[in-house]
Design a protein around this ligand. Structure first.
Ligand code: DMJ
Length: 586
């Protein structure tokens, strides 16, 4: 049997071998077929797609992360390490009032919240139906338009994401997010983009929406954009320009500007720090840290030590001849980002406290003024200083853009234990509300001049001085309303909201309600809300413009002030200058 079997095996061997070869070939053929099938299937999917958490995420057609710097950086400064410090609480310790009065109050707030939400839904729905994908809706003519320097990437779409989430409009949020994660940053008619605006609105918008929803595709889209914006630092001295020119960035021929607004080239620290924290990639932090080192180096070498001039010569990295100083237009968020960057770094980088304290000491001594008013109102404004050979000269000009200063002083006061700053912040915030109440529409003008007291203390009303110099159609104390427009800006309600959250004083909610009703009445159109030509005319002329910050900031702050203090708790989030909530480290 054994022998027979051996024989049989011997006889069968060629046949077995052939069968084995045949089986192997079949297996190889099947494997090849499967590989081919997979290849064909993958080929059917557009090259750069990825499906993440239900979104069809589409990669941009140009990958900036693959492009090496022409001015390479070898030693990245890493994010500060260690346990985040336990920083002082920013928010007032609110308690829930379950008494009948407390319940009645909650009903009032709920109805105000609903009215703000209605205004948002009206604006969003018109944008969605008419302007979707454009940067902005034109709220009178009912068209979409792209804004110069905004790339046509849908500024309103991206800027609105976190408000949609906060207001609980989840279906709308997911629809908008699904569109946002398909944006192709390489598809634009523009040859360059505004580095500052794209950072605060688009990058801030995506990061804020990610921090709220944790949808990974939003972070992926933010990283793509972050990699593009990071190219702005590929200049000979690694200082960013105002415009990120795409061809120059690819060619390696970028240089920073000789006379750029100081805020534009310094206000990326929050967004880039958050990006570094979320990705673990220190290159983003290194970039903004280089700018911070320059701020530190320059702070006490300017003509108004403590502050930085309104324009920067980053090309030659030298303090230029500009001797004008303001917390308003062109410079604003440079200062705003000092305490905020301190907070997002968990207090682990002390330079931001040092810069803030140094700057605000100078502001208090030189820029703040008390307006001369018949009622001796206990309010303050921040003006502009020009330094000549004879020293600093203060102009008592107030700007709507400068109304964020109240909130900034409050935040600095809380984070750095400076009670005087919280008081100053309250007075500045009340100043802006006073200016709202002073106008026939109930809205503060874009820019105006005031009669001022000599010091920050109350002073006697000077009727004849005012009569001689002022436009006497205006409320006493105003010299003029040099730029009488209202552009749907947020800064006044921003500070009112922050003050409410920091002090717990419900008076701020009443101020906010007055402001909201005035703005709604003066700016509403059939489709949405529009900038107006003059806050002095009760019958308003609409200028057919609705910038994305109306949905991102103005309405968000109005909504939040009437909401539970736990919604975007300021001890958990820090808001970028476009009001996008970024998670603070614990
Ligand atoms: C917004 O884009 C930001 O708040 C920025 O810091 C200043 N300008 C507008 C709002 O007025």
């Amino acid at each position: 049997m054994f022998i027979e079997n051996v024989e049989w095996q011997v006889r069968q061997q060629p046949h077995h071998a052939m069968l084995a070869i045949f089986r192997r070939k079949t297996r190889v053929a099947i494997a090849l077929f499967l590989v081919l099938l997979l290849y064909l299937l993958v080929g059917l999917i557009p090259e750069h797609n990825d499906t993440l958490f239900g979104f069809t995420y589409v990669r941009s057609s140009y990958d900036w992360s693959k492009q090496p710097f022409h001015y390479p950086i070898t030693d990245y400064t890493p994010l500060p390490t260690g346990r985040p410090l336990t920083l002082p609480k920013v928010q007032y310790a609110f308690t829930t009032d379950t008494s009948p009065d407390g319940i009645a109050r909650e009903e009032v707030l709920a109805s105000r919240r609903a009215e703000v939400k209605n205004a948002f839904v009206k604006s969003w729905t018109s944008y969605r139906n008419i302007g979707f994908g454009y940067d902005e809706l034109m709220p009178v003519s009912g068209k979409g338009r792209d804004a110069p320097g905004f790339g046509g990437w849908g500024a309103t779409l991206v800027d609105s994401l976190s408000t949609l989430w906060i207001m609980g409009l989840k279906d709308e949020f997911y629809e908008a997010a699904a569109a946002a994660v398909t944006i192709d940053w390489a598809r634009t008619r523009d040859t360059s983009c505004n580095f500052f605006e794209t950072t605060i609105r688009h990058l801030g918008g995506l990061l804020g929406a990610y921090d709220l929803s944790l949808e990974t595709a939003l972070l992926e889209k933010a990283i793509e954009l972050g990699d593009m914006l990071y190219m702005a630092y590929d200049t000979p001295n690694h200082m960013p320009p105002f415009w990120l020119d795409f061809s120059d960035a690819k060619r390696g021929s970028q240089v920073a500007g000789y006379h750029d607004p100081s805020a534009s080239v310094t206000s990326s620290s929050l967004e880039f720090t958050r990006l570094a924290q979320l990705t673990g990639d220190n290159k983003y932090y290194d970039a903004i840290n280089r700018v911070t080192l320059v701020l530190d180096d320059w702070q006490n070498r300017t003509t108004l030590p403590g502050m930085w001039p309104t324009s920067f010569d980053f090309a030659q990295l030298q303090l230029d001849s500009d001797s004008s100083f303001t917390l308003g237009a062109l410079a604003d968020s440079l200062y705003e980002y000092l305490p905020k960057t301190y907070a997002i770094l968990g207090g682990l980088e002390p330079v931001y406290e040092k810069l803030y304290r140094g700057a605000m000491d100078t502001v208090i001594k030189n820029l703040l003024f008390r307006p001369n008013t018949p009622d001796q109102d206990d309010i303050l404004f921040s003006g502009n200083v020009y330094v000549s050979d004879t020293g600093p000269h203060l102009t008592a000009e107030a700007q709507h853009l400068g109304c964020f200063v109240g909130g900034m002083f409050g935040l600095g006061g809380k984070l750095f234990h400076i009670p005087e700053h919280l008081e100053i912040g309250e007075k500045i915030t009340r100043g802006c509300v006073w200016a709202y109440d002073a106008m026939p529409t109930g809205i503060m003008p874009e820019i105006f001049d005031l009669l001022k007291c000599e010091t920050l203390d109350p002073c006697e009303w000077d009727e004849s001085g005012w009569q001689d110099t002022a436009d006497t159609q205006l409320k006493r104390g105003f010299q003029n309303a040099r730029d009488p427009r209202y552009l749907l800006r947020p800064e006044a309600i921003e500070s009112v909201f922050l003050m409410y959250r920091m002090t717990g004083n419900p008076e701020y909610q009443e101020m906010a309600w007055r402001m909201f009703q005035a703005i709604r009445k003066a700016t509403e159109t059939d489709l949405a809300f529009s900038s107006i030509e003059s806050v002095r005319d009760v019958v308003t002329v609409k200028s057919d413009s609705m910038e994305s910050f109306w949905l991102a900031e103005t309405l968000r702050y109005f909504y939040l002030i009437f909401s539970s203090p736990d919604l975007i708790n300021l001890d958990e989030y820090v808001l970028n200058t476009e009001a996008h909530p970024l998670k603070r480290p614990r």
